[in-house]
Design a protein around this ligand. Sequence first.
Ligand code: ZN
Ligand code: ZN
Length: 147
Amino acid sequence: MDTPTWSFLPPRKVAYLKFLREQGNTAKAGEIAAHFSVDPSTVTKTVHELAAAGLVDHQRYGRVTLTEEGIAHADFLIWRHRILGLVLSHHGLEGDEACEEAERFECYVSHQAVRKMCSSLGHPRRGICGAIHHEGWCGVERENDVA
Ligand SMILES: [Zn+2]
Ligand SMILES: [Zn+2]
């Protein structure tokens, strides 16, 4: 499987895509601004960049919706985040601390490295902050992926 070309997105964009996925793939720009406690103009700028990359549609009334590629991208980001969070949790970090630390460096870890960690953890089904879906990202067999 090829490493997604978008696997090195900067942390703010990673956070927005993960947030949208968790909101059912769509949110208003104002909701994104409120969630991240940032200025709406900052959100607008980033959303326009994500739209230019084909990852979101920016509709009327400030609604932002993940495209199909955006959804696939977000699922990859969530898988990567939760595997790295689990790795940290096995080395003394707990709960939110593991999540927050993972967010600081996750965009710098290669897809190949995360795949190896996922495999060495036995393709866990649950991460610290939610379920982990492996399909497509780490080469796990489909039968093994269905609990
Ligand atoms: Zn987390
Ligand atoms: Zn896996």
